[in-house]
Ligand binder design. Structure first.
Ligand code: LIP
Length: 271
């Protein structure tokens, strides 16, 4: 279906409204953070995940009833869900769910509007930290309305790298092989538990790079634009049948050396 032209700024306004509504609901109801409908070895699914995704969907549908919607809490992989419209909203209602369920403040609501797979607008809202990261295509990136830029660190040995260790996804390489390689190459490596928030820290220059294997589109869809609009670079280095991704983002100087490092650890020739 052909969409009437909608500007990135218009999409961003709705992304911010939906993020604030959904994120505030989780934060207001944090005393219910342990109410889970599913617990597995390394993950937990909360009723609040579903409630926040519903809230975000209602805000978006009220403004753009014909746009497609892809939320983490629905069934199936990102590839298995049909797209009938050129604009698709990608929502992770609580990114960093395990952190949230324990009362750790490193979690956020991440909402992106994509046009033919390219993010045009993205918002990442961390209520417990009172931080709202936003970006619209070619309009820069902001944190709480203040423009942000990636760091100028240009040596891996001086870099602070954020990563994750999602043991749910059967990637060919265990995440800790990457952790070990980054630990040897960088100044420090940290696991904070929310991919979207990690990427926003790269965009604001508080960290210099982020890499994770076994991440999903809804974890990165908004924050990858925020990094790009803050002068950084991000790329999916590998995809898997179940929707899992390897995603690297950093300031411009560090992208090539860290991409080489990842491909070497994975035994993949660098092109
Ligand atoms: C989380 C990511 C995090 C990753 C976790 C999990 P969720 O997303 O943000 O980076 O390490 O395993 O995938 O599941 O909390 O939305």
């Amino acid at each position: 279906m052909k969409d009437p032209l909608v500007s990135p700024a218009q999409l961003l306004r709705t992304a911010v409204e939906a993020c604030r509504e959904a994120g505030s609901h989780a934060h207001r109801n944090r005393q219910r953070r342990a109410e889970a409908f599913n617990r597995t070895a390394h993950d937990v699914k909360l009723y609040l995940d579903r409630e926040c995704q519903h809230i975000a969907r209602e805000v978006i549908r009220a403004r753009f009833p014909y746009h497609d919607f892809l939320g983490e809490e629905e069934e199936g992989t990102p590839q298995s869900r049909s797209i009938s419209c050129e604009i698709q909203w990608v929502v992770d209602p609580i990114d960093g769910t395990v952190n949230f369920s324990h009362g750790l403040p490193f979690w956020c609501c991440s909402i992106a509007a994509l046009h033919r797979g390219r993010t045009l607008a993205g918002a990442v809202y961390a209520p417990a930290l009172d931080l709202l990261f936003t970006a619209a295509k070619q309009e820069g990136a902001r944190c709480n309305r203040t423009p942000i830029r990636v760091s100028r660190v240009n040596r891996p040995a001086e870099a602070l790298v954020l990563t994750g260790a999602d043991l749910r996804v059967p990637c060919r390489l265990p995440p800790f092989a990457f952790f070990e390689a980054f630990a040897a190459a960088a100044q420090r490596v940290r696991i904070l538990g929310s991919a979207a928030l990690d990427l926003c820290r790269v965009a604001s220059g508080e960290a210099d790079a982020y890499f994770e294997s076994g991440i999903y589109l809804w974890d990165i869809a908004a924050a990858r634009l925020i990094v790009a609009e803050a002068g950084g670079r991000g790329a999916v280095l590998r995809t898997f049948q179940n929707g899992g991704l390897w995603f690297l983002a950093s300031n411009r100087s560090l992208f090539a050396p860290f991409r080489r490092l990842i491909l070497q650890v994975a035994g993949i020739e660098s092109t």
